[in-house]
Design a protein around this ligand. Structure first.
Ligand SMILES: O=C(O)/C=C(\CC(=O)C(=O)O)C(=O)O
Length: 293
């Protein structure tokens, strides 16, 4: 692996839709900078630097107030780059870590101190070499209070993962809805299976994210809007939204982040739905101390 890739738009448009004050981009990443935070030896892609300054400039450009930064696989289990970005955010970012399952309680506590509020289990074979379910389950049982587990998988392994996910004793957040085939429509087999999974527990959350990854019809991603809007309406108290910037591995079909933001009113057409999606729900998971209960 030699060439470093650029998977993000150099000049994203300003969205027509303006998010409400306090809106949270609840799925994004940082890459490096590599000189300070080298990529993992096991990384499956080697990106150019996309550090906190770029992320926060995009946040302001798109009209968001806060970020949830998810540790990307290219940084392995060294969360230093993500922690650095959180530290530079003036309290406007929190994060999701990727950890070695044998991590100590003291190191988990240090991640909490650094702004992490969950860990991510990645089951995409093209991104990680192995995903040991027994070890994942062990660490999921040892998380700091209030944390959740983010899981990234593709629709074809949802059923296979069910016993493992059922055994996780903290809330689950499913990245990109488990990557359904949105061209099947809102009642397609993938969406039906995902809905059945959501029905099995009331503490399974999901991200209504990544039209660019999930919709082969391309921008403006009409299949995504059609398939996802009913899911957001039906599970409006457990859905999150994010840009997915800097769009790891999307170098051949880089999305315009302004257009991604313009998807929001198409999947959440009312002011109330938008407030839940962009503020109330992510605040409950990532800044619960600011939410009156
Ligand atoms: O982060 C995403 O949204 C998607 C990714 C990359 C990724 O997960 C990672 O590098 O950890 C993908 O599908 O290539």
């Amino acid at each position: 692996m030699t060439d470093r890739i650029i998977s993000w738009h150099g000049n994203p448009s300003r969205p027509r839709y303006r998010p409400p004050a306090g809106a949270i981009d609840a799925h994004c990443h940082v890459f490096g900078p590599m000189a300070e935070f080298p990529f993992s030896a096991k990384a499956k892609y080697l990106p150019e630097d996309a550090g906190p300054d770029m992320l926060f400039a995009l946040r302001d450009h798109l009209g968001f107030a806060r970020n949830v930064i998810v540790q990307a696989s290219c940084h392995g289990t060294d969360n230093a780059a993500t922690l650095d970005a959180i530290a530079k955010s003036n309290g406007k970012a929190r994060g999701v870590a990727v950890v070695n399952p044998s991590i100590s309680e003291a190191d988990l506590a240090a991640l909490h101190e650094g702004g992490m509020r969950g860990i991510r289990f990645n089951f995409l074979k093209r991104l990680v070499d192995d995903a040991p379910k027994d070890k994942f389950l062990d660490v999921a049982k040892r998380l700091p209070k209030g944390w959740h587990v983010v899981i990234y998988f593709e629709a074809d392994i949802l059923e296979e993962l069910r016993p493992f996910m059922d055994a996780i004793p903290v809330p689950l957040v499913i990245d990109h809805m488990g990557r359904p085939d949105v061209t099947q429509g809102p009642d397609g087999a993938d969406m039906k299976a995902f809905r059945a999974f959501l029905e099995s527990r009331d503490d399974i959350w999901f991200k209504a994210t990544c039209p660019d990854r999930l919709d082969p019809t391309g921008d403006p991603w009409n299949a995504f809007a059609d398939a996802v809007a009913p899911l957001v309406a039906d599970y409006q108290d457990r859905v999150l939204w994010g840009t997915d910037w800097p769009h790891p591995n999307m170098q051949d079909a880089v999305p315009d982040d302004g257009h991604l933001v313009d998807m929001i009113p198409r999947i959440a057409p009312t002011v109330e739905l938008q407030r839940k999606l962009l503020i109330d729900n992510p605040m409950r998971l990532y800044w619960p101390e600011e939410v009156g209960s």
